[in-house]
Design a protein around this ligand. Structure first.
Ligand SMILES: C[S@@+](CC[C@H](N)C(=O)[O-])C[C@H]1O[C@@H](n2cnc3c(N)ncnc32)[C@H](O)[C@@H]1O
Length: 219
């Protein structure tokens, strides 16, 4: 997906991916990661997700990255926060309380920036990307997270030939292949969500599951 695609989605308010509550699989499985209190959690392709304040409410510091300035502005104004803003070569950093969002390209982040992220949470980030970018995202971007980092990855699975992405279907074998080199990967749950996803039903999709994987970066 080109950056223009996402910028246009935000300009036109076509943000059906945004959820009015934190992700159910985050609430269900985050504790199982047993992250140290106060550890910093990276939220790639964060949009204005309510997962970020949820993580902050659990005592984490949060580092999000998002292309769209509109998304970043909406996030802070909808939470009644006025962020401190400064610029770096990575983009525009917005910091309020425990949450920092960099308005910039996730692929430009370097290992130094991510070095203190003990956790990572991905919902609608990997599955927002077409296959070639997914490989870069999982291999190159995640390679910059430190050894020992723990994460939760949420995916969707449906018959890809029935619909164009995004969101794309990402099957378990792909997750194992792209993360398995550097990360220990464990499927925690596969949930059937077809009946509550009206837009997928309307498009004639016949099966739809969401999966949660626990990730642990190995030495
Ligand atoms: C499908 S949305 C998911 C947003 C969020 N994770 C959520 O659960 O609501 C994908 C988001 O990634 C952003 N995005 C796409 N490519 C990006 C990139 N290379 N760097 C940073 N953000 C990106 C888009 O603007 C969009 O807000």
């Amino acid at each position: 997906m080109q950056p223009d695609f996402w910028q246009q989605r935000w300009r036109e308010g076509r943000i059906g991916f945004h959820q009015a509550r934190p992700s159910p699989l985050l609430e269900a499985h985050w504790e199982s990661l047993q992250l140290a209190p106060g550890s910093r959690v990276f939220v790639p392709l964060c949009g204005k997700s309510l997962d970020m304040p949820w993580l902050a409410s659990r005592g984490h510091r949060v580092l999000g990255v998002e292309l769209s300035q509109l998304a970043v502005d909406q996030f802070f104004s909808e939470h009644g926060l006025v962020p401190d803003v400064h610029e770096s070569r990575l983009g525009l950093h917005h910091v309020a309380d425990a949450i920092e969002i960099i308005r910039g390209d996730a692929f430009a982040l370097d290992a130094a920036t991510l070095s203190d992220c003990g956790g990572v949470f991905d919902r609608a980030a990997l599955i927002a990307l077409p296959p070639d970018l997914r490989e870069r995202y999982a291999l190159a971007l995640h390679a910059r997270l430190p050894i020992g980092c723990r994460g939760l990855l949420v995916t969707l699975e449906y018959p890809q030939h029935q619909k164009d992405g995004p969101p794309f279907s990402v099957q378990q074998d792909e997750v194992m292949r792209v993360y398995g080199r550097d990360w220990q990967v464990e499927l925690l749950e596969r949930r059937d969500i077809l009946q509550r996803e009206a837009s997928f039903l309307d498009e004639g999709i016949t099966t739809l599951h969401t999966c949660a994987y626990r990730l642990h970066k190995q030495a």
